[in-house]
Design a protein around this ligand. Structure first.
Ligand code: F6R
Length: 246
């Protein structure tokens, strides 16, 4: 695992966008695994700028998002479909038919999860998976648990995640209680992983996840075992790592 330390959120976004741009330049038909949340917004902005300047072309890319709230339709303004279109898809040239997210409106969870796993496999697997990390160490919606979840699954959000995400909804009661998410196996099978983490409020979790024991109670800790993972984190997020950083 390679840790890239940056001054602030903006530099984090630029460095992480550079790794994604390099992936697409080297392999235009890349399969990108994408994330939502506040951590990747700056890097999507950077990628959009490079696209608008003609420096990068997403025309052959395929994308799979990590997760989607169960119960929200694509046009709900808090759905991850909506987020991705607003921050990225509407501004670049990824063909619509090659954009994939779990369908939050599907009631048959087993069927929807199997469909999503099969689609990832049919695309040849994920070349680069982008991740943020939750305050409790979750990746995608793989919440702390007694075991690592494998493939795409339907999960009950923890109270801590509902609390963290309520800022986007009218109230905590409006936050959906379930989500479809890729599993840890989907994530670990990606050929390269880029995690973006910013802010002092994540500093304890960063130390636990990337320098502590590997445990499903801190789902991001599994990333220590990935052979090609980058953590791009700002000084504030790394502020509790001290001498652990070389
Ligand atoms: C989003 C996702 C989540 C977020 C995590 C961090 O698709 O899968 O795991 O990456 O909750 O969210 P932010 O970046 O808002 O702190």
């Amino acid at each position: 695992m390679k840790i890239i330390r940056t001054k602030d959120y903006q530099e984090m976004s630029c460095k992480a966008a550079g790794i994604i741009a390099a992936q697409v330049l080297l392999k235009p038909a890349s399969v990108l695994g994408l994330a939502t949340g506040s951590s990747p917004i700056g890097l999507y902005e950077q990628l959009v700028k490079w696209y608008q300047n003609g420096d990068i072309d997403f025309g052959e890319c395929t994308t799979f998002n990590l997760d989607e709230y169960r119960g929200l339709p694509a046009d709900h303004d808090q759905s991850y479909h909506y987020f991705m279109h607003k921050h990225f898809f509407d501004h670049v040239n990824i063909p619509q038919e090659r954009i994939h997210l779990p369908d939050g409106t599907q009631q048959d969870a087993d069927r929807e999860c199997a469909r999503y796993d099969a689609a990832i496999q049919a695309a040849g697997g994920i070349d680069l998976q982008l991740l943020g990390m939750g305050l409790n160490g979750h990746i995608g919606f793989n919440e702390p648990a007694g075991h690592f979840y494998k493939g795409t699954h339907c999960i009950n959000l923890t109270q801590s995640t509902i609390e963290a995400n309520k800022r986007f909804f009218a109230s905590a009661d409006d936050v959906p209680r379930q989500a479809y998410t890729m599993g840890v196996q989907n994530i670990m099978m990606a050929r390269r992983i880029v995690v973006v983490v910013s802010g002092e409020n994540k500093a304890d979790t960063v130390r636990e996840a990337f320098f502590g024991p590997i445990t499903p109670h801190v789902p991001a800790s599994i990333l220590q075992l990935h052979p090609d993972a980058f953590v791009v984190a700002d000084e504030a997020a790394l502020s509790k790592c001290g001498r652990l950083l070389k």
